[in-house]
Structure formats: structure tokens, C-alpha cells
Design a protein around this ligand. Structure first.
Ligand code: ARG
Length: 454
């Protein structure tokens, strides 16, 4: 007899069974289903559906099962049960006989799956928060080492103004800190227990759902049974935080791939995270970074998929919602391996300070400084901008940086230019001027890092 045998006399087609079964995906919630079942057995005992002896017997059989599952999570896959909920129930009945059949009293797979998945999301979310913390640590460490390393800063992929390598690291620190805040916020919002909402209308037993929620470690019970069994916001939120974070990871990967090119030569990645070419012996490819950049596509795809699955679903539970797990599980796996890989890569980075310095010197990245110098001498900025533009054209023609033009040459663009101009055109001067909050001056970067000196 299957789970819903009584109403049916005909056989299910094999194709339908294969199509309908979710065990190959949701077997990963075995622990959560067992833990939820133990809590439910206690709730049933509290309303005298189970005697305390019966509850104890169920709990001990469920704990045995939990241990088996922890020892071998793939064990579940050896069964042809429809889903993880029927697998656990079936195993319980195998272990304790008819008593096992009492556990599903007042419960539906609808509140059960909603509870299991929230428990799963909570656990995974906590792991991901730790990984994000690890990546933040790695970036902060790298930043500390490179407070004096000059890096050309870019806009439109054209050298724009010099920054420090630490400042670059700290830009990604900001992004991953926001991801962490978003993740913690999502975890807080999902901290409610749907158990005891039944199929859709609520359970017919006077269970103290708040106590049940506490038993499962949730902050409180959900408030509306229709919403409880059909809410998948926690899935959408995790997918969305993962998507945003993957975009950040992907952008960081792209920067590193560019910095690692032969053309830039700004850094080298460790042997442990790069690969060679089977044909070209000189190659050292940033595969890890390219994969991080590439996997972002799948993560964003899962968010899109789930959004579209949920769109226009009528209340309350619909089987469409079973589609929530595949993309979520894949996303959590992908996001977490990308974070682990990013940590390893960041730890392996060796910055080529001479090359970054040289590159920052080229590309007229001190042109703004010359304009600011003219402004200080009383020329309106718009006009100063125009004067410097002409000076840059002349310097390009002479194939020289601005600071290599003679004072006579510089004076030909504006009479106010004096010999003191050269001290304003050094990279160090460019950096040290960025003293307002959030700028790249040594002082501001040290201030940004001071938050992490615990
Ligand atoms: N395997 C189902 C899911 O993941 C469990 C809920 C089934 N409920 C139902 N009414 N068929 O959504």
C-alpha cells in the first residue's frame, strides 16, 4: 500500500512514478524530516494522540534512523519511496509496526515539507555565512599586506586614477559584507515554523504550535496556515542572495583574470589553483576564476526558474512547488564551493608590485591632478580640464608621461604652471590627496581596515 493507496484501484504508470517521485532530490532532507518527526511525535503526545510510552518508542526508532542516515546519507536512495517523507514513515513502520502509522495524525506532507526545507535552509545558510566570513578574512589579510602597493584604477577598462591594491580588496570586502547582511536577514525572516498547519487549513488537534516551533529551534510559529504551506520566500531569498553574491564573485574573478594576464602582469595565482595547457607549455590558466565567473550563470538561472515557478500559483500547496529543491540545492552547493575556491585563490595571490606601479604611472592617470593643480591656482575646473586635455595630447605625441614634459612645455598650456607642479604629479601625491572618507589615501585605507582589527 502506497501513501495514498485507498482511493486508487489502478496501477500508477512507471513513467508517472518516475516523473512524480522526488526522493532522488529530497533525500538530502532526511535528517530534517526525522528531526521534524520527533518534534511532531511530542506534539501528538501533548494532545494525547500518543501515550508517552508510544512517543518514546517512536522517538527512539526515529533516532536510530537518524543515526543510519547520518552514517550513510545515500542509504535513502536505495529505496523506491515517493519522497523523503514517505521514506521516513515507511522505515518507521518497518521498525515499530502499526505504531509507526500513528505518526502522520494531524500532519500533512505539505506542512512537513515546508518545515523540512526551512530547517535545511537554516542549516545551510549558517554554513554559507561562515564561508562568507572566511572570504572576508582572506580579503582583509590581503589588503593588510598591500596598503602600499599601487594599482592602476580603471573606468571603462581604461586606466583612470591610481589606487592601492588594499583599496581594491576592500571594495570586494564591502560587497561580501552586504551579502552576509542579506543572508543573515533572510535567515531571520525564515525563522518561523510551519509545522502544525496541516494540509492547508490548520491541524485539527489543539497543538501548542509556539512550543512546537521552539522545540525545533525556530523563533516562532507561522501565523497563517494557507501561507505556511505555500510560502517559498525562503527559497527565493536564498537564491536571490546567492545570485547577488555570485555576481560579486564573478566580478572579482573577472578583475583577477585580467590582472593575471600576460598583458597586465599585475599578479600571479598559485600553482594549486591554476592549470596548464595540454598543448602550450608556457600557459598557466586561471581556470578557478573562470569557473567562478561561469557558474554565476547557473545560480542566476535557478533564481529565475523558481521565480517563474512560483508566479501565479494559486493558494495553497501545488505540486509545482516540488520543483523548488533541485535549483536550490544546486545553488547552495555551487555558491559554497565558489566561496571555498575564492578563499583559496585569494590566499594564493602574489601581487607584482613593480608591474602594478609601472602600469599606474602610464596611461596619464595623474591628469586629474594637473587639473586640480590649475584649479588651486585660480583656474575654473572646466577650463583646467580643457587645458590638461591639450597637454595630454601633446604628451601622447611625444610618447612621454605628463611629468616628463619640461616646465617650458607645460607652461605653453598655461602660464600659471610653475616648477612646483611636478610634486603634484607623482603617484604618491595622487594617492595621498584622496583623504575624504572612502578614498584611497593611506590614511583612509588604514581607517577602513581598522574595523577589522579586533
Ligand atoms: N514531495 C512533495 C514536495 O516536495 C511533498 C509534498 C507533497 N504533498 C502533496 N500534497 N502531494 O513538495
Amino acid at each position: 500500500m502506497g501513501l495514498w493507496g485507498g482511493r486508487f484501484s489502478g496501477q500508477t504508470s512507471d513513467l508517472f512514478k518516475q516523473f512524480n517521485d522526488s526522493l532522488p532530490v529530497d533525500y538530502r532532507m532526511a535528517e530534517q524530516d526525522i528531526i521534524g518527526s520527533i518534534a511532531w511525535s511530542k506534539a501528538l503526545a501533548s494532545v494525547n494522540v500518543l501515550t508517552s510510552d508510544e512517543q518514546r518508542e517512536l522517538e527512539s526508532a526515529l533516532n536510530d534512523l537518524l543515526k543510519q542516515v547520518q552514517d550513510n546519507p545515500e542509504l535513502v536512495l536505495q529505496s523506491d519511496a515517493e519522497d523523503i517523507h514517505s521514506w521516513v514513515e515507511g522505515k518507521l513502520i518497518d521498525a515499530v509496526g502499526d505504531l509507526g502509522k500513528k505518526l502522520h495524525t494531524g500532519r500533512s506532507r505539505n506542512d512537513q515539507v515546508a518545515t523540512d526545507l526551512k530547517l535545511w535552509c537554516r542549516e545551510q545558510g549558517q554554513n554559507l555565512a561562515e564561508l562568507l566570513g572566511g572570504l572576508l578574512d582572506a580579503l582583509v589579510e590581503l589588503a593588510k599586506k598591500h596598503q602600499d602597493t599601487v594599482l592602476p584604477g580603471y573606468t571603462h577598462l581604461q586606466r583612470a586614477q591610481p589606487v592601492t591594491f588594499a583599496h581594491w580588496c576592500l571594495a570586494y570586502v564591502e560587497m561580501f559584507e552586504r551579502d552576509l547582511a542579506r543572508l543573515n536577514n533572510a535567515l531571520k525572516l525564515m525563522d518561523t515554523s510551519p509545522l502544525g498547519c496541516g494540509a492547508l487549513a490548520g491541524t485539527a488537534y489543539a497543538i501548542d504550535r509556539e512550543a512546537l516551533a521552539k522545540e525545533l529551534g525556530f523563533a516562532r510559529a507561522t501565523r497563517n496556515s494557507l501561507d505556511s504551506v505555500s510560502d517559498r520566500d525562503h527559497v527565493l531569498e536564498l537564491l536571490s542572495v546567492a545570485s547577488i553574491s555570485s555576481v560579486h564573485l564573478s566580478r572579482m574573478a573577472e578583475d583577477i583574470i585580467f590582472y593575471n594576464t600576460g598583458e597586465a602582469g599585475f599578479l600571479e595565482m598559485g600553482d594549486a589553483v591554476t592549470s596548464g595547457s595540454s598543448l602550450m607549455p608556457q600557459k598557466k590558466n586561471p581556470d578557478a576564476m573562470e569557473l567562478i565567473r561561469g557558474k554565476c550563470g547557473r545560480v542566476v538561472g535557478s533564481l529565475t526558474g523558481m521565480m517563474v515557478t512560483m508566479k501565479a500559483l494559486p493558494l495553497a500547496y501545488n505540486k509545482d512547488m516540488q520543483e523548488d529543491k533541485e535549483g536550490l540545492f544546486d545553488t547552495v552547493d555551487t555558491w559554497s564551493i565558489c566561496l571555498k575556491m575564492a578563499i583559496l585563490c585569494i590566499e594564493s595571490i602574489e601581487v607584482k608590485g613593480e608591474n602594478t606601479y609601472k602600469a599606474a604611472q602610464q596611461g596619464y592617470s595623474n591628469a586629474t591632478e594637473l587639473a586640480d593643480y590649475l584649479v588651486a591656482k585660480g583656474i575654473p575646473f572646466r577650463e583646467a580640464h580643457h587645458i590638461v586635455g591639450r597637454a595630454v595630447v601633446a604628451a601622447i605625441e611625444a610618447q612621454k608621461p605628463l611629468e616628463d614634459l619640461s616646465i617650458e612645455q607645460l607652461k605653453s598650456f598655461s602660464e600659471v604652471i610653475e616648477a612646483d607642479v611636478y610634486q603634484h604629479l607623482t603617484i604618491e601625491a595622487c594617492l595621498e590627496k584622496r583623504v575624504a572618507l572612502g578614498g584611497t589615501s593611506k590614511e583612509q585605507v588604514a581607517h577602513a581596515l581598522s574595523r577589522f582589527n579586533k
